[in-house]
Design a protein around this ligand. Structure first.
Ligand SMILES: [Fe+2]
Length: 354
């Protein structure tokens, strides 16, 4: 080996990366101790071997390893060295010409930097990311299942509450009306008027179902007064009027029933202050009670009662219009009229009739 190259090998022996010198045929003419250690061989075992026999690229599609022994261009590729025990050692290989003039031009330097640790760390991080991702997905799915269950339970609970309210309402209504159809009509009329008035869907729905037990206090009024066809004495009128406060007292103090209690107490208050039990006027009457007052009177007029036959629907609608500003909130009368002229009131009356 030329003296200049010989001197270079001393420098290469001191390196902490594997290094070889190859000739133009791609044969190893020198290998440093570090490369020998990394590949599990003695330096002498590597001599006169084709470099490409020591290297394999990680991808199966790689056709050759000529780029490492290209004498014209520097190269840097990731590949695997074959270890003597049959294993693989991942490395970054860098090949470069030594110079243009002899003797350096006859040799090429290739160094190998081991990246096993980086590979292992990368694979560990990748596995960890996969695990974290899987756990996050599992958590998300679990939380979706829980949310579905909570929604279902909440719906079941609302349904159970609604069934109880209907049973109670029908039990009290059945004594002076033929069926529970009246309370269902009131529920749908009230919900529609609330929506038309501009309340959002859930609030309107709440007012609808809270309207159902509005007359539950009638359970305290004796049958002979409720069913009396003729004019009432002032004592009998007082007994009937007591159903408003009685209804409020019957209904639970749970927040779920707060609107229902307002409606039960104030659904006979008039806009001009002439109603009962408190003689409230205008905005002092809770809005849900104002709504139920209107639709309750409309339904009473357009249905048969023990003391009267049903009025034609247009006559009942006209009576509501006439009482605007006296019995009823004028804005609510406007909302009711819009629904009536759009056919919505008639549609509810048809679908919710006995
Ligand atoms: Fe009532």
């Amino acid at each position: 080996m030329h003296q200049t190259i010989q001197q270079l090998t001393h420098t290469l022996d001191a390196l902490h990366v594997g290094a070889v010198l190859i000739d133009r045929a791609g044969q190893i003419v020198y290998a440093n101790d570090r490369l020998a250690a990394v590949t599990g061989r003695a330096p002498a075992q590597l001599l006169n071997q084709p470099l490409k026999e020591l290297c394999r690229r990680p991808t199966a599609t790689y056709q050759g390893r000529a780029d490492l022994v290209d004498f014209h261009e520097p190269q840097e590729i990731e590949l695997e060295l074959r270890h003597a025990d049959g294993g693989k050692v991942p490395v970054i290989a860098s090949g470069r010409p030594l110079g243009d003039d002899p003797p350096a031009a006859e040799f090429r330097l290739v160094t190998f930097t081991e990246i096993s640790f980086q590979k292992e760390a990368y694979s560990h991080v990748a596995n960890l990311s996969d695990t974290i991702l899987e756990q996050a997905l599992e958590l998300k799915q679990h939380s979706q299942v829980l949310e579905r269950r909570v929604r279902q339970r909440t719906a079941d609970l609302l349904k159970a509450n609604m069934d109880a309210i209907h049973m109670l309402a029908v039990a009290s209504e059945a004594r002076d009306a033929d069926t529970g159809a009246h309370v269902l009509r009131i529920q749908h009329y009230a919900q529609s008027v609330a929506e038309k008035f501009g309340l959002d869907e859930s609030e309107s729905e709440r007012i609808g179902y809270s309207a159902v037990p509005h007359d539950v206090g009638k359970i305290h009024v004796p049958d002979q007064i409720l069913k009396k066809p003729g004019p009432l004495t002032s004592q009998e009128r007082t007994a009937i009027q007591s159903h408003a406060a009685a209804g409020e007292a019957i209904l639970s103090r749970q927040p779920f029933f707060a609107t229902a209690r307002q409606i039960a107490r104030s659904h006979h208050e008039n806009w001009d202050g002439s109603g009962y039990p408190d003689g409230l006027a205008a905005d002092a009457i809770p809005l849900p009670a104002r709504i139920v007052h209107l639709v309750d009177v409309f339904d009473a007029l357009s249905s048969d009662r023990v003391y009267k036959s049903a009025w034609p629907i247009e006559q009942a609608a006209h009576a509501i219009q006439s009482a605007s500003g006296q019995q009823f909130d004028p804005e609510l009368v406007g909302a009711f009229n819009s629904l009536y002229h759009a056919g919505k009131i008639q549609q509810i009356r048809q679908t919710q009739s006995a």
